[in-house]
Write a protein that binds this ligand. Structure first.
Ligand code: NAG
Ligand code: NAG
Ligand code: NAG
Ligand code: NAG
Ligand code: NAG
Ligand code: NAG
Ligand code: NAG
Ligand code: NAG
Ligand code: NAG
Ligand code: CU
Length: 612
């Protein structure tokens, strides 16, 4: 039975409906709609905070246009690149079953669409339902090149109270920098100046920011008392995880990463970089005005600090009687936000997410695990003179910082995309000539050496510090091949090497089940016992806690080359990434078809992607 015919939403709540649902999909398989859109990428001048900034956007909008589809639809997007940069668009969380060529991961699945050329992405949304998003997947350009993807259920209502209205809430950052230069800076260690200028909600910076005293516009949501709003939260920011609250309103989480979750009511939501969270908000507060606010969190010092980023928007009750108005304050009520250094509320928030039980892939997830990977996420350094392995470290300019997985920092192929190289049989491990001088290597199953990964004494990178001996690392194009239909377990371990960030790890082409997470170093003997194999949440992005770990499992059932990386843009630019390659299955319908004829070719003016 093809997986896309099986609703990911099959659940206890839906079990009665499930049979009906399955039937409906089969019956309507012939009349799935085609959602067709044209994305024209241009550079436009936008004025915020007293500054004109050249932003690369789709159809002149920030955030870009919403892509709205219904389960089972086919999506066709013509991307016309009228910007001076090489562009790709990634459909974040769309499984791209047998359409890996349309995944839009720069230099992994395709070469970028060159200026003044175009490319058409075609894919099916399959059985997925809920909120996803699209974004550029080259350099830092996704800062303003992104938008929401809404996939509505086909013939079954939501497994929760039907919302009266659907509201995208896209959290992003506003940058006043040349993002290509920022990316290049991070590929050789980063610069402390390279921070966003502000946070934004739906492209509006909000009234925490001003230009000579004139405040920036707020995004405003008008609500009617008693109505239910489905807020579709997307964290499109490059740098941070955000806490989100609405003053005086409870939020009921009902979905994440286009999968339903067991409803969970809270007053604070944590949305990791790359993640989506769907919440229901009932307009049941006294009819006044309230702020909705998003605040970035970060680890406390000695981690390097960035400025505090927060954005706010307003929820306005309509038809307020003058008597009621009298009872409202002059200013909207502001929610009390967590501290910017609170990195535990997100662990609790994510710990409270469970999926709906009865997913058809769960028996396989509980069964034999073919491959187990333990992946450390950390930072090290390489010598600026690339021919040397010995040089001064600990912050000395003879070396620069990179990020790694299991002590190897990812290098993007330079000449052709990895998927093309694989498809045309050009990859031989160790042969670097197709790839711009970097060997292709297997991602190791475990870190090369064991140490106390979460020892905070490793954070300061100083001469003679505890980290010094562990600091040297190297670059390679790391991939890991999985046989078709194998069950893979990955335990991600955040480390304290040079910093103690959490890591929002994202896998393309597959959803995975998050079985457990914890603080400290993962210990298989102890921690396997905490695995939730009953109703784990199904996700495409997992928030690996600061100084902690997270365990996921997935079935490698989608042939192709799938990028697997941290969704903090600075970490990806520094190399916290690898590629999971999934082999073809035995049948034509389990094999990747040939590339589309208009797949962009790499040219000299490749990508504006960094190659270090
Ligand atoms: C793209 O086309 C425009 C208009 O014809 C031209 O001005 C521009 O130089 C072209 N850009 C590139 C990179 O070829
Ligand atoms: C990049 O790094 C250089 C050198 O540290 C710095 O001067 C510059 O401001 C950084 N950012 C950009 C966008 O160039
Ligand atoms: C404008 O922004 C500055 C810097 O963030 C802040 O100190 C000041 O209070 C703001 N002014 C107004 C009127 O909001
Ligand atoms: C769920 O959230 C509550 C409140 O923050 C917290 O006390 C509890 O530990 C969380 N549960 C898990 C499993 O993380
Ligand atoms: C590094 O070695 C390569 C050949 O091995 C050589 O072509 C290159 O010039 C060397 N670079 C430096 C900076 O010495
Ligand atoms: C390495 O790759 C190049 C370019 O694709 C190819 O010409 C060469 O034969 C390969 N060498 C080996 C040993 O596979
Ligand atoms: C990484 O590998 C290098 C050798 O390439 C070694 O010197 C270093 O100690 C290793 N670091 C870690 C964290 O494993
Ligand atoms: C995948 O493997 C599972 C058992 O591990 C088996 O039940 C299922 O039929 C296989 N699916 C395909 C498409 O090969
Ligand atoms: C990043 C940037 O260009 N910031 C500038 C914005 O405008 C103010 C006031 O005009 C300048 O002081 C900033 O340097
Ligand atoms: Cu990371």
């Amino acid at each position: 039975m093809p997986e896309q015919m099986v609703a990911s939403s099959m659940s206890k709540m839906l079990q009665t409906a499930a049979g009906v649902f399955f039937f409906a999909v089969v019956l309507s398989a012939g009349d799935a709609a085609v959602v067709e859109q044209t994305f024209v990428v241009t550079q436009v001048r936008m004025r915020h905070l007293c500054n004109d900034t050249l932003a690369t956007v789709v159809n002149g909008q920030f955030p870009g246009p919403a892509l709205e589809a219904t389960q089972g639809d086919t999506v066709v997007v013509h991307v016309v690149n009228k910007s001076p940069h090489g562009i790709t668009i990634h459909w974040h969380g769309v499984k791209q079953r047998l359409t890996c060529w349309a995944d839009g991961a720069g230099m992994v699945t395709q070469c970028p669409i060159q200026p003044n050329t175009s490319f058409t992405y075609r894919f099916d949304v399959g059985d997925q339902v809920g909120t996803l998003w699209w974004h550029a997947h080259v350099s830092f350009l996704r800062a303003t090149l992104h938008g929401i993807i809404v996939i509505r259920p086909k013939s079954v209502a939501y497994p929760f109270l039907k919302p009266d209205m659907d509201v995208p809430v896209i959290i992003s950052e506003w940058w006043q920098k040349d993002l290509i230069k920022v990316d290049k800076n991070f590929s050789v260690g980063g610069s402390f100046d390279d921070n966003p200028a502000a946070a934004a909600i739906n492209g509006k910076l909000g009234d925490l920011y001003n230009c000579s005293g004139i405040t920036e516009d707020n995004f405003a949501l008008d609500v009617e008392p008693g109505k239910t709003y489905l807020l579709r939260l997307v964290n499109a920011a490059l740098f941070s995880e955000y806490y989100f609250k609405v003053a005086r309103h409870k939020l009921t989480v009902v979905g994440s990463d286009a999968n339903y979750v067991t409803p969970y009511t809270t007053d604070v939501v944590a949305v990791a970089a790359g993640e989506t969270i769907d919440v229901l908000m009932v307009a049941d507060a006294p009819p006044c005005q309230y702020y909705m606010a998003a605040l970035a969190n970060q680890p406390p010092p000695p981690d390097p600090q960035i400025p505090v980023f927060a954005a706010r928007a307003v929820v306005r009750y309509t038809s307020i009687s003058s008597r009621a108005q009298h009872m409202c304050g002059k200013e909207p009520l502001m929610p009390k936000m967590p501290d910017q250094h609170d990195t535990i509320t997100t662990v609790y928030f994510h710990g409270n997410l469970t999926g709906l039980p009865g997913h058809p892939l769960l028996p396989q997830i509980r069964g034999h695990v073919h491959e187990r990977l333990y992946l450390t996420l950390g930072k090290g350094s390489i010598c600026r003179d690339r021919n040397k392995t010995f040089c001064k470290r600990g912050g000395n300019p003879e070396s620069f910082e990179v990020a790694y997985i299991n002590n190897v920092s990812f290098h993007l192929p330079e000449k052709i995309a990895l998927l093309e190289a694989r498809y045309h049989g050009k990859i031989t491990n160790g042969n670097s000539s197709w790839n711009g001088g970097m060997p292709v290597e297997d991602l190791p199953s475990k870190p090369p050496r064991a140490f106390d990964f979460t020892d905070k004494a490793l954070i300061p990178s100083v001469p003679g510090g505890k980290l010094e001996e562990l600091e040297p690392t190297r670059k390679a194009t790391m991939t890991r091949r999985f046989g078709y239909n194998t069950t893979v377990e990955v335990v991600f371990q955040s480390t304290a090497t040079m910093q103690s960030d959490s890591n929002p790890m994202h896998l393309h082409g597959h959803d995975f089940f998050v079985l457990a997470h914890g603080l400290g170093n993962y210990d298989a003997k102890r921690d396997v016992k905490s695995y939730n194999l009953v109703d784990p949440p199904k996700k495409n992005t997992v928030q690996v806690p600061r100084l902690g770990w997270a365990a996921i499992r997935f079935v490698a059932d989608n042939p192709g080359a799938w990028f697997m990386h941290c969704h903090f843009e600075f970490h990806i630019a520094m190399g916290m990434a690898a590629v999971f390659e999934v082999e073809n299955g035995p049948m034509p319908e389990t094999s990747l078809p040939p590339p589309p004829l208009d797949l962009p070719k790499c040219t000299k003016q490749r990508a504006d992607v960094s190659f270090i």
